[in-house]
Design a protein around this ligand. Structure first.
Ligand SMILES: Cc1ncc(COP(=O)(O)O)c(C=O)c1O
Length: 326
């Protein structure tokens, strides 16, 4: 059964980063999950919850708005359980993710953006409309589904605590829906209130401002996409109580760090994973790591999903074949 292939992912020490930053840096490798990303965890919890509460009948369609990874988790699990999957992705989604979704059996629609339910051209708006107008269709809605946080509270947090033998002092994660940082943050803070829970988002995203001021900025500006992270609205799955700080990074330094990391370790990091690497490089002084610290970097997926965007010199990432629905 698919569920045995979700969770219990390895944590490995990264000697290159540990030496570079004079501390102990470990990486939780979520690309070992069934669909090769952390998002299998909330996908499974949301599907299980919908079935248990009879919000969908056998053979029905699970609908999701996703940068690709949640969509893939939903598709793989839904298909195995005898359901269909309809996934709304934004046009910034990598071609690799789109191809994988199609191969997994998802029906996909490409939308203009993923700016939330208030935007009529967003993935979320289209997903909600679709589920509301089609029989036996259920919108899992990772941005507002409590099972998203719960999946990480129940699985990812305890795994990190056990695998580091309770030594973790800092947890760094990209923030998209906020489910990972909120669920893991809550669990780790219950074990150890002095743990630092730090998020990373692209420059121009609004969650750093929201965390400091508890309101969105007056002016919301477009920002360079780093797939999976960064928002111009505050998702319900983001719990500011569990987060101590959010660092912002530039897309360019993220790409540069992905390439440096590949050169030094031979590993292709995912796009948002490389954003964590950029945050270490750009905010080193502020982070103030010491040899006594145990720092956990959460890598939600793998660089193979972003070869054309991150590692190919001739990257033309807005592939001409994409048709955007309006
Ligand atoms: C590649 C990647 N990184 C980071 C995230 C953000 O995780 P979360 O939605 O739990 O904040 C996502 C979410 O889809 C993702 O796909």
């Amino acid at each position: 059964m698919t569920t045995t292939l979700i969770g219990n992912t390895p944590i490995r020490r990264c000697d290159f980063l540990s030496t570079l930053y004079c501390t102990n840096i470990f990486i939780k490798e979520e690309f070992h999950n069934l669909g090769m990303s952390a998002k299998d965890r909330p996908a499974f919890f949301m599907i299980q919850d919908a079935i248990e509460r009879q919000r969908i009948q056998p053979g029905g369609t699970f609908v999701e708005a996703s940068s690709g990874n949640t969509g893939l988790g939903i598709t793989l699990i839904a298909k195995q359980l005898g359901y269909q999957a309809k996934i709304f992705v934004s046009k910034s989604c990598s071609q690799e993710k789109i191809n994988t979704l199609l191969q997994a059996g998802a029906e996909i629609e490409i939308c203009e953006n993923s700016n939330g339910l208030h935007d009529f051209h967003s993935t979320q708006f289209h997903a909600q409309s679709y589920a509301a107008t089609h029989p036996n269709a259920y919108f899992t809605n990772q941005y507002y589904n409590t099972q998203n946080i719960r999946a990480h509270y129940k699985t990812t947090g305890p795994e990190i605590w056990e695998q580091t033998a309770g030594k973790v002092t800092h947890f760094l994660s990209g923030v998209g829906t906020g489910g990972t940082i909120s669920g893991v943050g809550r669990f780790l803070k219950e074990q150890r209130p002095d743990v630092c829970i730090w998020g990373v988002e692209p420059k121009g995203s609004i969650l750093q401002h929201y965390l400091s001021h508890r309101r969105t900025p007056e002016k919301v500006v477009p920002f360079d996409a780093i797939e999976g992270i960064g928002r111009n609205f505050v998702p319900g799955s983001f719990d500011p109580q569990q987060v101590d700080h959010i660092f912002q990074v530039e897309q360019e330094s993220t790409k540069a760090m992905a390439r440096l990391y590949r050169e030094k370790t031979g590993i292709l990091s995912g796009f948002s994973s490389a954003a964590l690497l950029a945050s270490l490089a750009c905010h080193r002084e502020e982070m103030g790591f010491t040899p006594e610290h145990t720092v956990l970097l959460f890598f939600p997926d793998h660089g193979s999903r972003y070869v054309s965007k991150l590692y190919s010199d001739s990257a033309d990432f807005q592939t001409a074949t994409k048709t955007v629905i309006r």
